[in-house]
Design a protein around this ligand. Structure first.
Ligand SMILES: *[C@@H]1O[C@H](CO)[C@@H](O)[C@H](O)[C@H]1NC(C)=O
Ligand SMILES: *[C@@H]1O[C@H](CO)[C@@H](O)[C@H](O)[C@H]1NC(C)=O
Ligand SMILES: *[C@@H]1O[C@H](CO)[C@@H](O)[C@H](O)[C@H]1NC(C)=O
Ligand SMILES: *[C@@H]1O[C@H](CO)[C@@H](O)[C@H](O)[C@H]1NC(C)=O
Ligand SMILES: *[C@@H]1O[C@H](CO)[C@@H](O)[C@H](O)[C@H]1NC(C)=O
Ligand SMILES: *[C@@H]1O[C@H](CO)[C@@H](O)[C@H](O)[C@H]1NC(C)=O
Length: 807
């Protein structure tokens, strides 16, 4: 990368001025045209902030006639013609006097045009504001793209009464989607879902309340996104109803846009104009606060499709997933509807006892507010699930406050909310393969009683050769945990795989999936990870296959127990286990594949992530750990929290990997005394003292990681390369910076972080509490999460004393 840079600079220095010369000053003459090819030159605005032309979609032979940000790497599209339908290469757009812009296919047939009433356009102009205008000789504007918005508004853009924004169908399909924003004639700005085929509008899920039936002068009549980046509804009496909060990022230095996203969330984003390493769009405002609960009409699809369940992610955006026993209707549309794997049939009920055919799964905190057909009251929990099991119409029953609501398909507006305190009982057909569960749920309700497992999983992690001295202590510890473990472990029934919905792969399947273990993704403490693809209902899904090495033979039950424990964990900040292979000496785990790699390369790579991304990631990891420690049915102590074990999904949500694994290895170690691996720099001091090991070891490692996330510096690298330097030990240096009030030393010239001083300081204090030498001084992960969120005060931490064994 470093040596490529001069070449790239050279390239830009010489080519950029040339292309500028080749370009117009924003003016487009009559007769000018662009033909859709991958080398088509767009019409640029004078500042080159915006371009008008054909944008190639996903390297396919598809081109969208659109306007986009020209200078930033994302080249985000802000407007598109032809209702978002892309055209093949060879299509052409031409500026004409009579019909303005005319888009035609390669055969010359007209597809779209910018109809103007007065047929006398003299030229077009790509304005620096992102507005493409068609002008007459007397400078009267005849047509402008700002008047025909798609899903985005830009500063200086105004929406008049009757104006509409349509969401896209998906992030990459620009056709009109399920959501719209409208300024109604009565002055109210609303957002609603719509029926795709007919465009019928369902009930609104947001209102600005700027209507006034009695007083016309008090009605809203324009939605203005003004030059300085404020979005507001203007009433006829000139009063403003502001929608977005105070702006910290001026439009002089930042691009701003307001976009109705494909999932129905309205966001305001900013992006630095001068692209530095980590320039990305940052959402600083979104509405509604929780789209999963905002949409609740009786008719129509909710935030997610029918039968789907909506959860809100850290960015205020919905995530949808099918409940057990359901799968996506369209595998490529995660936000779409889910179909049941069986059609309930009342005839089966006549033939025999329903209990033989159907079972009930309990989903926690999940509810569908509509689709009721029967309400039992009073009801007991048992009565509620049994009643559903024995009723052929019932798909799910919900128990709350001594009431039981029985629901039929399709279920709408499904959502998960821990505070609603409901129990959902979902019917499934026995023997059907269930998809991987998406939410924590209790074991199957059945006539059989299930064994609950209580296992304390502790993994051993110890440093490289530097720590060999401690091997003996560790072996002692392993022995302790093995005996401890034996007392509490309960091997579940052999049919446990069905309960966790993990897929059991054959070795042959995984050889095929990985192309014979060809593409190595990485090497971890437990073995090598390979990339693979598994077939799910026709379409391929990328997976990461972890070949466990050093797993003991003849321990099938232990292996299955561990896998079962991992399979029962479900949290958005954990890496999801899809299945496993347990065939002879082949022990493998199959995980979902995350394309954005590990936090270590993100944090310490060339492109330093933004502070808002970093703080979200820190919070996500804390939540994942909290879940492992306190919220899943079996406590899991990770023991190897470090940036290499945190993966990032498509949304840069942090996902903890490698949890619950170490015990497999530990058993092995006690037999052979070899292969003790671990990660120095993150290890809590009690591993080296004869003190009990608790979940607080993870809190310690998390603290080190948090300090790294704040400063984008490696705790370990500094030890090796800067010994003697005052920054040598990250924890000491961080505390120094804190005491001196020099957060700027810690975060460097990260303006975003410096503008967020209070939060940086709060995170730093939390980090310092976590790395206290005395485990009892360290907060629990619950407290950590609350402190990071700002829900509870953070007291001033004492400086952690240095590891004595290091000096
Ligand atoms: C832009 O350049 C064209 C010639 O390329 C010229 O006719 C036109 O007047 C210029 N417009 C402005 C606004 O400078
Ligand atoms: C470009 O847009 C700005 C802001 O909307 C406006 O003031 C200016 O007149 C526009 N220029 C042209 C040539 O249309
Ligand atoms: C977008 O979605 C619509 C409807 O699902 C489909 O007809 C169209 O082909 C899609 N467009 C692209 C470019 O995939
Ligand atoms: C309408 O509202 C304005 C204030 O916005 C008020 O001054 C005016 O008296 C109202 N007119 C009527 C008819 O209520
Ligand atoms: C944009 O609106 C905000 C909020 O009403 C206001 O403070 C600011 O002055 C406006 N900017 C311009 C250029 O009018
Ligand atoms: C959960 O439900 C409560 C009560 O209905 C509601 O106030 C809250 O906003 C919901 N929270 C989430 C995250 O959905």
């Amino acid at each position: 990368m470093a040596c490529a840079l001069p070449h790239i600079l050279f390239f830009f220095l010489f080519l950029l001025p040339l292309s500028t010369v080749a370009q117009t000053n924003g003016t487009v003459a009559i007769g000018a045209s662009i033909t859709a090819t991958d080398k088509a030159i767009p019409w640029l605005s004078p500042s080159e902030d915006f371009a008008f032309g054909f944008k190639q979609l996903q390297d396919k032979d598809l081109f969208l006639l659109s306007i986009w940000y020209y200078k930033i790497p994302d080249q985000t599209i802000v407007w598109y013609a032809n209702l978002g339908v892309p055209v093949p290469s060879g299509s052409k757009v031409q500026l004409t006097t009579n019909r303005g812009l005319v888009l035609s296919d390669p055969q010359g047939r007209g597809l779209w045009n910018s109809e103007t009433i007065l047929n006398d356009v003299t030229h077009g102009f790509m304005n620096d504001s992102g507005n493409f205008v068609l002008v007459r000789s007397d400078s009267v504007t005849l047509w402008e793209s700002f008047k025909y918005p798609t899903d985005t508004m830009l500063p200086t853009q105004i929406m008049e009464s009757g104006g509409v924004l349509f969401s896209r169908q998906t992030e990459t399909n620009f056709s009109r989607g399920r959501f719209q924003l409208r300024l109604l004639g009565d002055g109210n700005l609303v957002r609603n879902t719509r029926e795709l085929a007919t465009g019928f509008c369902y009930d609104a899920y947001y209102w600005s309340n700027t209507n006034d039936a009695d007083n016309t002068s008090n009605r809203g009549y324009q939605v203005i996104f003004n030059e300085t980046g404020y979005l507001f509804v203007l009433r006829r009496n000139n009063r403003r109803v502001h929608l977005t909060p105070q702006l910290e990022f001026p439009t002089s230095d930042y691009y701003h846009r307001v976009t109705l996203n494909f999932d129905g969330v309205l966001n305001q984003y900013y992006h630095p104009k001068t692209a530095t390493g980590n320039s990305k769009w940052t959402a600083f405002w979104y509405q509604p606060e929780n789209i999963c609960v905002a949409i609740s009409g009786i008719e129509g699809i909710g935030a997610c499709g029918y039968n789907s369940i909506c959860t809100l992610n850290d960015y205020g955006r919905p995530e949808c997933s099918c409940p057990e026993g359901f799968s996506l209707v369209d595998q490529n549309d995660k936000y779409g509807s889910c179909k049941p794997s069986f059609t309930p049939s009342c005839e089966e009920y006549d033939r025999g006892s329903a209990e033989d055919v159907y079972g009930i799964l309990e989903l926690k905190d999940t509810t569908w507010p509509t689709s009721n057909y029967e309400h039992l009251r009073p009801s007991s929990e048992d009565m509620c699930w049994k009643s559903c099991l024995q009723d052929c119409f019932c798909a799910v029953s919900i128990f709350r406050d001594n009431g039981c609501w029985k629901k039929k398909l399709p279920l709408s507006n499904g959502r998960k909310n821990a505070s609603v305190n409901t129990k959902s009982f979902m019917k499934y057909r026995k023997g059907d393969p269930l998809p991987p569960p998406t939410f924590p749920r209790s074991p199957v309700r059945d006539t059989k009683k299930n064994n609950r497992t209580l296992i304390l999983v502790v993994s051993v992690l110890l440093g490289s050769s530097l720590f060999v001295n401690f091997v003996l202590i560790c072996v002692f510890r392993l022995g302790f945990f093995l005996s401890y473990h034996k007392k509490f472990i309960n091997i579940p029934n052999s049919d446990s795989a069905a309960e966790t919905n993990l897929r059991c792969f054959t070795y042959k399947e995984l050889v095929e999936a990985t192309g014979g273990f060809k593409e190595e993704l990485g090497r971890g403490a437990f073995g090598i990870v390979y990339k693979g693809v598994i077939q799910t209902s026709g379409s391929g899904n990328a997976v990461a296959v972890k070949k466990l090495d050093g797993v003991i033979q003849n321990r099938e039950k232990e292996f299955r127990t561990e896998v079962h424990v991992i399979g029962q964990t479900h949290h958005k900040n954990l890496l999801h286990l899809i299945g496993f292979c347990d065939e002879g000496e082949h022990r493998m785990l199959v995980y979902e594949f995350l394309s954005n790699g590990a936090l270590s390369s993100f944090l310490f790579g060339d492109m330093k992530p933004s502070w808002s991304q970093r703080s979200q990631i820190a919070l996500g990891i804390a939540r994942g750990l909290l879940y492992l420690h306190e919220e899943c049915s079996t406590q899991i102590i990770h023991c190897d929290i470090k940036p290499q074990n945190i993966l990032l999904d498509d949304c840069y949500t942090a996902r903890i990997a490698d949890f619950g694994l170490a015990k497999l290895l530990m058993i092995n170690q006690s037999q052979t005394n070899t292969g003790i691996r671990g990660t120095k720099g993150y290890v809590a001091p009690e591993w080296f003292r004869s003190k009990p090991i608790t979940a607080k070891v993870d809190v310690y490692s998390y603290g080190v990681l948090l300090l790294e996330i704040i400063s984008c510096r490696k705790s370990v690298g500094y030890l090796e390369f800067h010994s003697g330097d005052e920054k040598a030990i990250l924890t000491d240096w961080a505390c120094d910076c804190f005491l001196k009030g020099r957060l700027d030393d810690l975060v460097g010239d990260d303006m975003e972080a410096l503008n967020d001083w209070n939060k940086v300081e709060r995170f730093l204090m939390v980090g310092l509490w976590c790395v206290q030498e005395d485990p009892s001084l360290r907060p629990t992960m619950k407290k950590v999460t609350q402190m990071l969120e700002g829900v509870v005060e953070v007291e001033v931490p004492p400086c952690p004393s240095q590891f004595s064994f290091l000096s």
